[in-house]
Design a protein around this ligand. Structure first.
Ligand SMILES: [Zn+2]
Length: 138
């Protein structure tokens, strides 16, 4: 895995799992290996209780957004679907706080980076809310 030379985007994702169901970084790592990636594609995972877990080393090129991996950091919160697997903003209060803190830290490290949601680059609902709009002031 190579390191990025540019970081001009921070891209927010969800795990697309039902509201209230926890998912470990290890599970995501397993999913992504099965999908043919060299391990977890996100750099950070934000758990239901607000705990932030490191995924792929932040310096490395991720595997989360087609066409943008070479220039972005990928952040994923656990959730994003309702019980019927329809897209839903399921962020807990703790996840909302943790996401803001994490995104602010990333913006300090990459001042030129703009925050987006996966859906800004793909025909997907991910991350089930308008991250670009919500985080434009960070
Ligand atoms: Zn995504």
């Amino acid at each position: 895995m190579d390191n990025r030379t540019t970081t001009d985007k921070i891209i927010v994702h969800c795990t697309a799992t039902p509201e209230g169901r926890e998912v470990t970084g290890r599970e995501i790592d397993c999913w992504h290996r099965k999908a043919g990636y060299s391990g977890i594609g996100y750099h950070y995972v934000v758990h239901l209780d607000g705990r932030v877990e490191k995924g792929r080393d932040e310096r490395r090129i991720g595997a989360h957004t087609v066409g943008q991996n070479h220039c972005s950091v990928g952040v994923c919160y656990v959730g994003g679907c309702d019980a019927a697997m329809k897209p839903k903003d399921t962020r807990t209060a703790a996840q909302k706080v943790a996401l803001i803190k994490l995104l602010k830290e990333l913006k300090q490290r990459y001042p030129a980076a703009v925050i987006y949601g996966h859906r800004d680059f793909a025909r997907k609902a991910c991350p089930s809310f308008d991250a670009k709009e919500e985080y434009k002031e960070l």
